[in-house]
Write a protein that binds this ligand. Structure first.
Ligand SMILES: *Cc1c(COP(=O)(O)O)cnc(C)c1O
Length: 473
């Protein structure tokens, strides 16, 4: 692909492309445009810019020109985003039957579909085994021998990748650190044996590890360690006698007379961090790519490196717009009440995640007059709190915002990953709307839910849609 060739040249010269900066900050968004979108579509409203999604894909492909780049769909499953990512040339990494279904609908064929099964429900395995009959190029990544057994029981004998627990983890919060958690993957010292056994029943094409989210500038060491371990395991599997590789120390200790495994790739997962704080530096992607290549080396001829970024592809392409409805001075701080909360953006409540918040203004003074432009207002320390009856329902605490007024529009930045995806109807709140920007043109990507969406499953309890009107299915 010519785009990838151009990108590769840039990556090796290390030049920074002015048209494709490493991060888009909340301050970079056009305030008037966001205000117009909020006026047209009301709030809370997600805005996802497909042009920025494409830029992020291009930067990844440029930094990893020889790797298989797979988008971790769970970060943002919107149809328009999936299509943009597909067109950019990435594969799809799916965490459930639902994500496989969405990826198929968005035009990924089996050869570009990777389903990573973690304690998969039976109906997910049934579904994927079914899909695999029509799409035999699909790959299932399994992190337990039980999962492999359950695949075999369904007659599946296709492409399998074995998820390994490398025993090292990275992550910005313990809840997103997976590499060290026993839940994910086969323990490293049992992995080689499990892979070899799996070759009896499946076409084993890869090994995989995902260390959790948040490969940050200061966490490159654990990333390097994970990648090095995976490279070592791959060499041992491909060349069990180790006679072409003096550094091979036979991690499983039992492989010297085993048959070589014909791996296609070594997948070192996602977790590429994005800067949430306004002053945090962006990830130096070429440096991460160089460290990754160096740590995994030498991979035998014909074996590819694979990565699975989710957040990095979509996070800074999205903002959440929310309107101030309450300004409440208290002795300790000013509480700014807004119409979006943890049901719209869960990350602050769930992970103590930081999202930058910008006041775009437009509100009214208490006496009813127009509030001054935000540039003319003092910065005031505030807590931004949502409408949910939970103490944890704050979007940010102790933030210096241009003195808020009722009616002001706030932009919550870097909300494009794990934002809408984690939205819920808790407190019987319909989920927000989302617009996609494509070359500047806004289209409704997901309509705002209304009160009838809250009760549709109880009003129509029959399986398979039952008597539900076609329009609601
Ligand atoms: C979530 C996930 C990813 C992506 O993680 P990001 O932090 O969004 O890059 C990649 N691979 C697997 C298996 C995952 O579960």
């Amino acid at each position: 692909m010519s785009d990838r060739d151009v990108g590769a040249a840039e990556a090796t010269t290390g030049s920074v492309d002015d048209d494709n900066p490493p991060v888009r900050r909340v301050s970079d968004w056009d305030a008037d445009r966001l205000a117009a979108l909020a006026a047209d579509h009301e709030t809370p409203l997600y805005v996802q810019d497909l042009d920025r999604v494409r830029e992020n894909c291009e930067r990844l492909l440029a930094a990893f020109p020889d790797a298989d780049v797979r988008y971790a769909v769970k970060a943002h499953t919107g149809r328009a985003v999936l299509e943009a990512v597909r067109d950019a040339g990435l594969d799809a990494e799916c965490a459930s039957a639902g994500e496989v279904d969405r990826a198929l609908a968005a035009g990924f064929d089996g050869s570009r579909l990777h389903y990573t099964a973690v304690n998969p429900p039976a109906r997910d395995l049934d579904y994927v085994a079914d899909v695999a009959e029509a799409e035999p190029e699909l790959t299932v990544t399994a992190g337990a021998v039980d999962t492999l057994d359950r695949l075999a029981e369904r007659g599946y004998d296709g492409r399998v990748c074995v998820r390994v627990n490398p025993g090292v983890g990275a992550g910005h919060h313990e809840k997103v650190t997976t590499g060290g958690a026993a839940k994910f993957g086969i323990p490293y010292d049992r992995a080689a044996a499990a892979v070899r056994a799996a070759t009896e029943r499946f076409d084993v094409v890869g090994i995989h590890a995902h260390a959790g989210s948040g490969i940050d500038p200061d966490q490159l060491d654990s990333h390097r360690e994970l990648v090095a371990r995976m490279g070592e395991l791959a060499r041992e599997l491909i060349d069990p006698s180790g006679d072409t590789d003096p550094s091979d120390n036979d991690p499983s200790g039992d492989g010297a007379d085993a048959d070589p495994v014909d791996l296609e790739y070594v997948d070192v997962g996602g977790g590429f961090g994005v800067p949430y704080e306004e002053d945090a530096p962006p990830l130096d992607l070429p440096a991460v790519a160089a460290a990754t290549r160096e740590a995994v080396a030498p991979l035998p001829e014909g074996v590819d490196l694979a990565i699975e970024p989710g957040r990095y592809v979509v996070a800074d392409a999205g903002v959440l717009l929310t309107r101030v409805n309450t300004v409440k001075p208290t002795p300790d701080e000013t509480v700014v009440g807004v119409d979006a909360g943890m049901t719209d953006l869960l990350r602050p409540a769930m992970y103590d995640a930081y999202h930058p918040i910008r006041n775009l203004g437009g509100g009214r003074e208490p006496d009813g007059g127009d509030a001054p432009p935000v540039a003319e207002r003092e910065a005031t320390p505030v807590t931004v709190a949502g409408p949910i009856c939970e103490t944890g329902d704050t979007l940010g605490t102790n933030r210096a915002l241009a003195d808020p007024n009722r009616g002001d529009l706030l932009a919550v930045g870097v909300a494009g990953a794990y934002g809408y995806e984690m939205a819920s109807q808790y407190n019987s709140r319909p989920r927000p709307a989302e617009v996609a920007l494509d070359d500047g043109t806004a289209t409704i990507a997901r309509r705002r839910e209304d009160l009838s969406d809250l009760t549709v499953a109880e009003r129509h309890p029959e399986p398979d849609g039952g008597d539900r009107p076609e329009a609601e299915r």
